[in-house]
Design a protein around this ligand. Structure first.
Ligand code: ZN
Length: 240
């Protein structure tokens, strides 16, 4: 699985949870959390880990989702669970996209983004870019030498399209942005990684630019020592 010894050794306090699918203990922030609505039997994906209610956890893999639906979730929630693996996978991707969009919006407001090819290239040259997000339909931007290098080194993610990225940046169309804040970059990378296995399962939604998803393991190496949750402190103190 994706649990690398290196990330496990980082100093942040990591509480462990049990995967409701395979039963292995794993750091909570590497598991997807779901909460249960006892009245409907529905489960909702809670990627930020802050939702109310009794939570269950599983590894972000189709296999552990399927296994947890076969009994693990029902055991944790002590109740029947109405959900299917594909719906949960779709929900994980949607929840990840929402969280990433929120992080990007916060980073823009705090002046922690480089927006557009020219400034992104400059940020990459000056080694200020922690992570690059390339719109899936941004063929030209993906071929810029600096951006290509970022993609090759696993420092880039394919995300949304130019129009969607543009609307997040309060512009018409944006092909590429770079995140300058290490904590935010780490949070985005981790959120993306969680949803990766389910993106490839969706077929059409699989990234075409970056090679970050697909195998569950990730070539991304973004600020492993940063506290993934630091964006909360960061956004409340600077976004005003
Ligand atoms: Zn598992």
């Amino acid at each position: 699985m994706t649990t690398s010894d290196e990330s496990a050794k980082t100093a942040r306090k990591r509480s462990e949870r049990t995967c409701a699918g395979c039963g292995k203990h794993t750091a909570a922030d590497e598991l997807v959390r779901v909460v249960h609505d006892p009245s409907s039997g529905d489960v909702a994906v809670d990627l930020a880990g802050s939702g109310f209610g009794r939570g269950a956890h599983f590894h972000p893999t189709p296999d552990c989702v399927a296994k947890s639906l076969k009994g693990g979730l029902a055991r944790v929630f002590k109740s029947k669970v109405v959900a299917d693996a594909k719906a949960i996978g779709d929900e994980i991707v949607k929840a990840a996209d929402r969280r990433i969009e929120g992080l990007l919006t916060g980073a823009r407001r705090a002046g922690q983004l480089a927006v557009g090819s020219d400034v992104v290239v400059e940020a990459l040259r000056e080694e200020r870019a922690e992570l690059v997000m390339v719109a899936r339909d941004a063929a030209a931007a993906a071929k810029l030498a600096e951006v290509e290098k970022a993609i090759a080194s696993g420092k880039a993610l394919a995300f949304a399209d130019k129009q969607r990225l543009g609307s997040l940046m309060a512009r018409d169309e944006v092909a590429v942005v770079a995140i300058l804040h290490p904590g935010v970059a780490a949070a985005i990378a981790q959120t993306y990684r969680m949803s990766g296995p389910f993106r490839s399962a969706l077929g059409g939604a699989a990234p075409t630019v970056a090679r970050v998803t697909g195998d569950g393991g990730s070539p991304l190496e973004v600020a492993g020592t940063q506290d993934v949750r630091s964006e909360e402190a960061w956004s409340s103190s600077e976004v005003r």
